[in-house]
Design a protein around this ligand. Structure first.
Ligand SMILES: C[S@@+](CC[C@H](N)C(=O)[O-])C[C@H]1O[C@@H](n2cnc3c(N)ncnc32)[C@H](O)[C@@H]1O
Length: 406
């Protein structure tokens, strides 16, 4: 449930934000030192073994990885070059302001400040996130893991290589949206308000806005917010950046090329959305922003014509509350379109947070009990930020459905 947002929350949040920035800034040192471990290990081997490995080009490979890490670090330092905009936004204790969401598409220049949350979750089970209070923050392995996941998230959302993976989910969602509103002329789509909670790096929300709908993404991870802000507002050319997302682990790779594969981003120019398109990203916790008791100035109830959740509902601690909020804020006859697995993010957390973990059948039964009519159910096999050239790949049997508020 939403709790009231006080001064200590604001401070906690500022501290957490500063720690995320420190993680970006420490990336080079941390990653170069991890690679240097390999170099040192090489030199502990018997001379004959070293010679064999050097003849394979192993030492050159380590040098190339260093170069790739430095290139990644240059990119990441650009992402956090201008964090003040966020600093101000995060210092704000007011919830999301509607004004930012009603301007034209340049409004996404301002990621509007809802309440951000002091935990960030990439798609993993691990939990941690206690901000340190004294001295210079030393990023943990957990922090670095999130940053490395963020690099892979860029591939998913903003590269040619990620197209197949993201479209496996985004395309059926966009098709269901277009089908539901097929009667509305294209010129009037701007009147239809679409919400994308857990928007990640913002591609789905961007593409929905590109279809002419009014679209608002919501996201609470500072890693995601800083990165989406950079790509949406500070990137002026297609393929402006080159990153090396796969240089951090040598496991399960068929070749050095798979390890050193560069990815260029973005594949489209985000600022190329048509004039007048209403697209915004709101920073903050979904439950706090959209589930707060209805305020006089920002009634969320019944305000959204469509809600698109992609790999999101399993981020709930209490799925009942997520579904209730989605139901409450949908307009009568509104549509909820979902794709995703049920990798309950808070399962086995170490922070004593509650976690309710339902089966797919239970989630659907719950949704019906809350007042949804579920249709168009199917399974979509898809990867999530996987290295397409790796020797290991996880495939989610993600569940797709559309649901209308009855
Ligand atoms: C698995 S990712 C999916 C991202 C994106 N929808 C995609 O398909 O690429 C889940 C996202 O939800 C965000 N998230 C988790 N809990 C949230 C919350 N309570 N409020 C807002 N965002 C949240 C995470 O930070 C993460 O970016």
């Amino acid at each position: 449930m939403a709790h009231s947002y006080d001064q200590s929350d604001a401070e906690e949040e500022k501290l957490h934000f500063a720690n995320v920035i420190a993680t970006f800034q420490n990336y080079a040192q941390y990653s170069l030192s991890a690679n240097n471990r390999r170099r040192k290990d090489l030199y502990t081997l018997p001379k004959a073994d070293q010679e064999l490995l050097i003849a394979l080009g192993y030492r050159e490979k380590l040098d190339q990885v260093d170069q790739a890490i430095i290139a990644n670090a240059d990119f990441l330092s650009e992402v956090v070059a201008d964090p003040e905009i966020f600093g101000h936004a995060l210092g704000n204790t007011e919830a999301e302001s509607e004004s930012s969401a009603t301007a034209n598409h340049h409004s996404h220049e301002h990621v509007s400040p809802g309440h951000t949350h002091s935990h960030d979750h990439s798609y993993s089970h691990t939990h941690d996130g206690t901000p340190q209070r004294r001295g210079r923050y030393k990023p943990t392995d957990f922090d670095m893991d999130k940053l490395r996941s963020t690099l892979k998230q860029f591939v998913r959302d903003w590269s040619v290589e990620g197209r197949e993976e993201r479209e496996a989910c985004y395309k059926p969602m966009k098709e269901a949206l277009l089908t539901h509103f097929a009667e509305i002329p294209v010129s009037e789509r701007g009147c239809i308000r679409v919400l994308v909670p857990g928007a990640g790096l913002g591609r789905l929300a961007h593409d929905v806005a590109g279809l002419g709908f009014t679209c608002q993404g919501n996201e609470f991870s500072h890693y995601m917010l800083l990165s989406s802000h950079f790509i949406l507002n500070r990137t002026e050319a297609v393929n402006a950046h080159m990153i090396y997302p796969y240089v951090h682990s040598f496991s399960n790779l068929a070749s050095s090329e798979a390890l050193l594969r560069p990815i260029t981003i973005p594949d489209v120019l985000p600022s190329g959305l048509p004039q007048g398109v209403d697209f915004s990203l709101v920073a903050g916790d979904f439950e706090e922003i959209y589930g707060a008791e209805i305020k006089a100035d920002e009634p969320q109830a019944g305000q959204w014509d469509a809600i698109l959740t992609c790999f999101f509902i399993d981020t709930a601690k209490n799925i009942v509350n997520y579904l209730r909020i989605i139901h409450k804020i949908l307009a009568p006859g509104g549509i909820w379109i979902n794709v995703g697995p049920l990798l309950w993010h808070w399962e086995n957390n170490t922070t004593n947070d509650p976690s309710i973990e339902l089966s797919l059948a239970e989630v659907k039964e719950l949704a019906r009990a809350i007042g949804f009519r579920i249709t168009d159910e199917r399974t979509i096999d898809t990867t999530y930020t996987s290295n397409a050239q790796g020797m290991l790949g996880y495939v989610y049997h993600a569940e797709f459905w559309t649901a209308t508020k009855v």
